[in-house]
Design a protein around this ligand. Sequence first.
Ligand SMILES: *[C@@H]1O[C@H](CO)[C@@H](O)[C@H](O)[C@H]1NC(C)=O
Ligand SMILES: *[C@@H]1O[C@H](CO)[C@@H](O)[C@H](O)[C@H]1NC(C)=O
Ligand SMILES: *[C@@H]1O[C@H](CO)[C@@H](O)[C@H](O)[C@H]1NC(C)=O
Ligand SMILES: *[C@@H]1O[C@H](CO)[C@@H](O)[C@H](O)[C@H]1NC(C)=O
Ligand SMILES: *[C@@H]1O[C@H](CO)[C@@H](O)[C@H](O)[C@H]1NC(C)=O
Ligand SMILES: CC(=O)N[C@H]1CO[C@H](CO)[C@@H](O)[C@@H]1O
Length: 928
Amino acid sequence: MNFFLGFVCFVVLLAYVNGESESSESDALAMQDLKKSWKAGSSLGWSDEDPCNWKGVGCDKHKRVTRIQVGDKGLNGFSVPQSLSNLTSLQIFEVQKNNLIGSLPNLKGLNSLQRILVNENNFTSIPPDFFSGMSGLVTVSLDNNPFSSWGLPESLKDCSSLYEISANSVNIGGQIPDFLNSSNFPCLANLHLGLNSLEGELPASFGGDSFLSLWLNGQKLNGTLRFLQNMTKLKEVWLHGNSFTGALPDFSGFTQLEKFSVRDNSLTGLVPESLVKLSTLISVNLTGNMLQGQTPNFATTVEVDMISDSNCFCLNFSGAPCDDRVNLLLDVAKGVGYPGVFAQSWKGNDPCKGNWRGISCNNNGNITVLTFWNMGLIGTISQAFSKIDTLESLNLANNSLFGTIPYELTSLPRLKSLDLSNNMICGEIPTFRSNVTVKTGGNVNLGKECPSTPGGGGDNSQTGGKKPSSGVIAGAVVGGIIAVIMFVGLVVYFLHRTKHHCLGKEQGQTTWLIHPWLSASASDQEAVKLPISGWNENGQPSGSHSVKSGPSDLNLGGSDNLVISIHILRAVTNNFNTENILGKGGFGTVYKGELHDGTKIAVKRMESGVMGEKGLDEFTSEIAVLTRVRHRHLVALLGYCLDGNERLLVYEYMHHGTLSEHLFNWKDEGLKPLEWTKRLTIALDVARGVEYLHSLAQQSFIHRDLKPSNILLGDDMRAKVSDFGLVRLVPDGKASLVTKLAGTFGYLAPEYAVTGRVTTKVDVYSFGVILMEMITGRRALDQTQPEESTQLVSWFRRMLIEINGFHKAIDPSIDVDEATYTSINTVAELARHCTTREPHQRPEMSHVVNVLSSLAEFWKPSEPDEGDIYGINCDMSLSQAVQRWQALDGMTGIDSSSSYLANIENTQTSIPMKPSGFANSFSSTAGR
Ligand SMILES: *[C@@H]1O[C@H](CO)[C@@H](O)[C@H](O)[C@H]1NC(C)=O
Ligand SMILES: *[C@@H]1O[C@H](CO)[C@@H](O)[C@H](O)[C@H]1NC(C)=O
Ligand SMILES: *[C@@H]1O[C@H](CO)[C@@H](O)[C@H](O)[C@H]1NC(C)=O
Ligand SMILES: *[C@@H]1O[C@H](CO)[C@@H](O)[C@H](O)[C@H]1NC(C)=O
Ligand SMILES: *[C@@H]1O[C@H](CO)[C@@H](O)[C@H](O)[C@H]1NC(C)=O
Ligand SMILES: CC(=O)N[C@H]1CO[C@H](CO)[C@@H](O)[C@@H]1O
């Protein structure tokens, strides 16, 4: 399947490359046609020759039109020409609120479309295959158009990425089709189909737990609300103004229901305590039904629309309990789904007063006779009958009762007559006292084994059919299996300020809601130490150990809320278009994605080639780490996706790319070289991020792969550490840990490369190398240099002691004045200290932070006079520095630092090196 998709992408890509210039011309023609149809010129700002420069029109770099956004522009009385369908790269089409007329053009085949807003117009029809092939469509709004009567077409199923369907008041007729559910639309959160002409019952397959907001108000829908049972993520339910019957469902699985409007239906039964007690409720509308039992007592904070006497509550005071006899009768009615015939006549709090249908009492107000003969009852015989112990006669003949005769009925002390004739009862007849007349004729299954039914009554099982539908049972079983299979429950995604879920039925198809870190800007947050759990004694996230056969074994601990659907990621990255590639790393390709609100994200797609267990390990490790730590200088994980062979991680988008580009490739990238102050700030940011990792509550995370290509720069050029795939945890009380060797040549601490033993000092070493790179503008390993200087660490250390060597080592693109020189000098010393051969002689990250922050604070490059204050004498400070370094370094000798690098390459020949151009990450089981 994935292979197939890949193949399709490839073919599409080829077609795309070939047809490029032709298509951009055809786009221009189609746009001119649109302009003509709309008599649009200066009014729309569409006067330029090139449509790509028109207001509200956007193109990609091949001049293909990708968006048309002309909502509310007064295009009164114009139509949309069919040539719009020539714009095959169109992603966004917005013409809402324009009073446009005519038919909507057929957009079939515009497979790039992500958003269509054509609401509030005067379009008179929509082509039946309008939605064909729109696999990337996320949002569609058709609201308030006078379409001629239509039904939701089967082709809508093609739009499996849909998040929002809004089609209120567009004359949709017929029944709700059977494909509107989370299996076909794993991300469908908002389904708004109010004020149409929909009728009949909802199909059994309707709904699912991706739904957040459901509007079906104002039409002729009937049947029960059983379908809601499955949709526990709902926040908003508008079903008012229909003909729904039966009882409200159980709400105990609901976690976030806020608005629940069912007024003006024909609902019966009790208002369940599970609804009344829901703490998330904001408003509830129940007026105009036949709800029974006690008047519910919602919290005072809930806005309640419930004129009590518009329902059938026993008493009109909230929370006042009903008479015991009323409660018993309601229990009985529950077995048959609280039929309307009872609700209509069972009014008040005394079953023996007024005209309660089917009920007779003696003079003491004791219920003695129940005659429910021929009332069209469908359901089971409730055990609750056995609690009406004054009962003398019970007549349930000529209904559609199924299930067994509850054994408890035999204990009714005054029962004299029981008539169950002409139903569908099965099973054995329990033995009644000899003076009880029992009639059971016309029950063909009586005495036989019951077919697999929900069993002996008691529950609300109005199924709308003569038999309990096996679909209910199958649904429950399938639901159970799905619940087990789904290795991750909820899943988080962020959509700007709205809160949404998308929870699918299959692994990797998932849930959307706001990412908690985005509700406040993560960059504004101070380091927060989150509780950490779920790590095994090897210091690995327990999840990475349980990974064996597949995703179902994954246990990602606290990451429940981060799963994002592959459909969404495909949609936002333009199907992983090569144009969206931000970079490639050892384990995958990073794509840029853009949500329909313009928010940018970065999506790392693991290479399927390296996706063995090892890759999965890194994937789970990264998730496990990033869900447990957050810091303004650690990149934030927004979500992930596991779907078949696909492993994707979603991060906040870092505008300025990697430090690596700015240090080494700035000329090619057309960037300005980094000023020293910026480098210093970045170094401090990274140091703080790593310090945080090292000093988490009672435990230390070790990054193991610090390098400039893993340091990302945001809008403001502030840095964040990324790539936590190799992070290991050193548990409390342990200073080190032996792991498989992993990391990147050039940044590996010698003791780690040789023994595989990791401590936090491994990161300190790598950080020292990065400081050297920032000073020199040279890579840790630079094959273009003569052999004796390919290794930055040894070369740098050598340069420090050569006469004038340090001067020569400084990156020529840094503008060095005296103050800068002092600062660089201090950092060079720090770099030297960090790369000391003996791990225990390297400083802690906190020391590094102190040194760098004092530099960043006190050093003011814009004030040239400061050089005098420092009294810089280059030679002097250099020699002083050298002395101090030697002192700190315990005089271990400077040239020794080079040997281990060669050593790694000699002894670890099995380690696969990535081709240059890729980050040269490697990992190996050697040293385990
Ligand atoms: C749209 O494409 C069709 C088929 O390629 C072509 O016949 C037609 O002229 C195009 N219309 C415009 C306005 O470009
Ligand atoms: C919509 O179009 C119809 C003709 O199709 C016209 O009679 C009606 O006035 C239009 N409605 C508006 C609001 O312009
Ligand atoms: C539900 O609505 C459909 C279509 O309007 C109708 O045929 C059917 O009889 C209704 N069912 C009930 C129980 O009213
Ligand atoms: C729950 O959802 C599943 C899948 O969408 C469906 O097959 C099943 O019938 C639903 N169950 C109920 C009770 O609506
Ligand atoms: C529900 O009732 C509340 C309170 O009366 C009201 O403000 C709200 O508009 C109603 N909502 C709907 C959808 O009827
Ligand atoms: C069994 C039962 O509920 N009996 C009641 C019948 O009515 C009299 C008078 O109201 C009650 O006292 C009994 O408890």
